[in-house]
Design a protein around this ligand. Structure first.
Ligand code: NAD
Length: 337
């Protein structure tokens, strides 16, 4: 039996998390779910978007499946997602982007993975106005040798484990000579330890263009925090948007799996949310737990249903009257067969 912390999240989170729980249970994997609340619902109840019991639960289980959490823009509380990454030092953000038949996308046969550094640089929270009249603001991006080394090594180990052929390091070392320069220097050194994997590096602006015009040349991409955030969404855009995009946040002591999309307040409570991304995050979680067979079965069932286009939510096929619940029920039914 696996102990897993479940954070249903805000907005559409609880409805898609419920589908994920039912589907994982239908795959035959035995999970004891530790349900905890974070985000807006936790503020109502505990006056804290990240209550201590959430942290305690993840410390105990070391694995969490998380629905999206709402973060106020510009002011208000800091992102709970960022706080969780910091609390558990979840240094690797792994975001696969694959084309699935049935999803309308610009390209076919894309299979990319972005490995984003998740704790340093501009997301470390070192920012302030320089004077009371707010005449200027500073955000300080710190890149360390050890932080760069562990993320680049993670990307190469991931490539090795998953039989991938190429790792591309993305940077801006021509302008950011110190932070970008350090990251690139470390990446080139780590790359030399993996001669069986093709290594190259690209400057971020060229990389963005290359991904749009010829994404098939890339396999695993490793980069710093901000570039990784942007490029992984770009990669999702190439394969048809965020509807099928899962993500994992991995550290030495814990791992948190989630959909890349947010809490979608515009469709909350309407039974419209596509549960595929959180289901694919569940698939990544099951592989992390070494439940390979169940992971493969769930992924194949989701891919089949999406390809058929009959039991899918409106974002995938506007012509069918299927909602979140009905799509989930069909996946459960097929897994139990
Ligand atoms: P969003 O991803 O919530 O929504 C963008 C658009 O995509 C909306 O039109 C939405 O309806 C649609 N969409 C998203 N998920 C969908 C799904 N599963 N099925 C069908 N349509 C879907 O992005 P946003 O509106 O910029 O952000 C809303 C809130 O979510 C913000 O508070 C933001 O901070 C938060 N957010 C959280 C996470 C996270 O918890 N990991 C990630 C991104 C955004």
């Amino acid at each position: 039996m696996h102990n897993v912390t479940l954070i249903p999240g805000d907005g559409i989170g609880p409805s898609i998390a419920e589908v994920a729980v039912r589907v994982i249970e239908a795959s035959g994997v035995d999970v004891a779910w530790h349900r905890v609340e974070a985000g807006l619902s936790a503020i109502d109840k505990y006056k804290d978007p990240l209550p201590q019991n959430v942290i305690d639960s993840i410390k105990e289980t070391r694995v969490a499946l998380k629905g999206p959490l709402t973060t106020p823009v510009g002011s208000g509380f800091r992102s709970v997602n960022v706080a969780l990454r910091k609390e558990f030092d979840l240094y690797a953000n792994v975001r696969p982007a694959r084309t699935y038949p049935g999803v309308s996308a610009r390209y076919k046969d894309i299979d990319l993975v972005t490995v984003r550094e998740n704790t340093e640089e501009f997301y470390a929270g070192i920012e302030h106005y320089i004077d009371p009249s707010r005449s200027a603001a500073e955000t300080i991006g710190v890149v360390t040798r050890s932080g760069s080394e562990r993320i680049v090594r993670y990307a190469y180990e991931y490539a090795r484990k998953h039989g991938r052929k190429k790792v591309t390091t993305v940077h801006k070392a021509n302008i950011l000579k110190y932070t970008g320069g350090l990251f690139l220097e470390v990446a080139r050194s780590v790359a030399s330890e993996y001669p069986e994997i093709t290594s190259d590096d690209k400057i971020i602006d060229n990389m963005a263009m290359q991904m749009v015009i010829n994404p098939h040349q890339f396999d695993v991409i490793v980069t710093t925090n901000l570039f990784g955030d942007i490029l992984s969404d770009l990669a999702s855009g190439l394969v048809g948007g965020l509807g099928m995009a899962p993500g994992a946040n991995i550290g030495y002591s814990a791992a948190i799996f989630e959909a890349v999309h947010g809490s979608a307040p515009d469709i909350t409570g309407k039974n419209l949310a596509n549960p595929s991304a959180i289901l694919l995050a569940g698939v990544m979680m099951l592989r992390h737990l070494n439940e390979m067979e169940a992971a493969d079965r769930i992924e194949k069932t989701v891919a089949d249903i999406v390809a058929e286009g009959k039991y899918v939510t409106k974002d995938l096929n506007p012509a069918v009257p299927i909602g979140t619940k009905e799509m989930g029920e069909e996946i459960v039914r097929r897994l139990k067969k």
